[in-house]
Design a protein around this ligand. Structure first.
Ligand code: SF4
Ligand code: SF4
Length: 335
């Protein structure tokens, strides 16, 4: 939530934004108008990448104010995104019981998006939670809506708590953000320990070092926007890449400076801006010598895999990259 008492009206948040070209004066004016509830350009141009929440030196959460104004003004709307979200919320839920002692993993609704993703040794014997009961609702922030997030996260935490386990691995970065950061911000108690898929994969690889074949590849990482809620896991990702012999190229649009996959802009009907932004993202990856484009979010994968491939980069999900390093043959559907 935006904290007006922390905001110094310095404009840093929008000066650093990769989706507008504001000097400090303009950035300060936009912020003052946003706070006053006056019309602003930024509510329409914001790509909902969440980056300014991490740029703000005062931790005032400016993106949360933009989102509030987007909902109030209907400056951006995503009818297809909303229809898809409704479909996901209504999708049937299932608990696929695994072996006692093996971890529980929540797949949200991403299971059908990349077929045969959860095969292989890494996932063997796990208990899978999937379907609408485990939909995290944080993605509404990419559709110009704030109001469904709090009740949705509350329901998600209740549904997960009913599973009755002490620890849950989250495959979807947004789900981890929901339980690790968003729920506490709304005062929602989370009665289990959330583990990010990156941490789970790092631990698995560390415990099975003798099975790893270092890949000796250079990769550009497409950081999901929701990772802004939990940047503390970034060193764990670096360690995972190192363990499997993949160099994460030090490109411009990574870590704090990462670009969105631009699916939200497409949803807002701003296709030209999305194409331009994706092109500079992929050019940046190429210019820094990447051979692969590695994804964590399935939506980023679906949005960028074709332009990445057309630019000569092999698109691959992080989980499948780990499976490759463990010597597994990937089914053609996963690539
Ligand atoms: S939200 Fe943060 S970065 Fe933006 S104007 Fe306020 S204090 Fe500055
Ligand atoms: S969320 Fe991203 S696109 Fe929107 S204003 Fe902040 S930095 Fe810019």
């Amino acid at each position: 939530m935006f904290d007006e008492s922390k905001c110094k009206r310095c404009g840093e948040c929008f000066v650093r934004c990769h989706y507008v070209e504001y000097d400090q004066d303009r950035a300060v004016k936009e912020m003052e108008a946003l706070i006053a509830g006056e019309p602003t350009e930024i509510v329409s141009l914001c790509a909902t990448c969440i980056a300014c929440n991490t740029y703000c030196p005062q931790d005032a959460h400016p993106f949360d104010l933009i989102l509030q104004r987007q909902e109030e003004t209907k400056a951006v709307q995503s009818p297809k995104g909303l229809a898809l979200a409704q479909e996901w919320r209504d999708s049937p839920s299932e608990i696929v019981r695994g072996e006692p002692g093996r971890p529980v993993i929540s797949l949200c609704v991403v299971d059908p998006l990349i077929p045969r993703m959860f095969e292989g040794r890494v996932y063997q014997g796990m208990t899978f939670l999937k379907g609408g009961d485990y939909f995290c609702h944080v993605g509404y922030c990419h559709m110009g809506l704030q109001s469904p997030i709090e009740p949705g996260v509350r329901q998600l935490v209740e549904n997960l708590a009913r599973v009755g386990t002490e620890e849950i691995v989250f495959f979807h970065d947004e789900c981890f953000a929901a339980v690790k950061s968003v729920a506490p911000a709304y005062g929602i108690n989370v009665p289990f320990r959330p583990v990010h898929i990156i941490t789970y994969l790092r631990d698995y690889v560390r415990d099975h070092r003798e099975e790893v074949r270092r890949l000796d590849l250079r990769a550009a990482y497409q950081q999901p926007c929701s990772s802004r809620y939990s940047m503390e896991k970034d060193p764990i990702l670096d360690e995972l890449f190192e363990l499997i012999g993949v160099e994460r190229v030090a490109r411009k649009y990574d870590r704090q400076e990462a670009l969105c996959c631009d699916a939200p802009l497409v949803g807002f009907g701003q296709r030209e801006r999305a194409i331009e932004s994706s092109a500079r993202n992929i050019e940046d990856a190429k210019a820094h010598g990447a051979e692969l484009m590695v994804f964590l979010c399935p939506m980023c994968t679906l949005r960028l895999r074709r332009p990445a491939r057309e630019a000569g980069l092999r698109p691959i999900h992080l989980s499948n990259l780990v499976r490759l390093a463990l010597g597994e043959q990937l089914p053609p559907e996963t690539t």
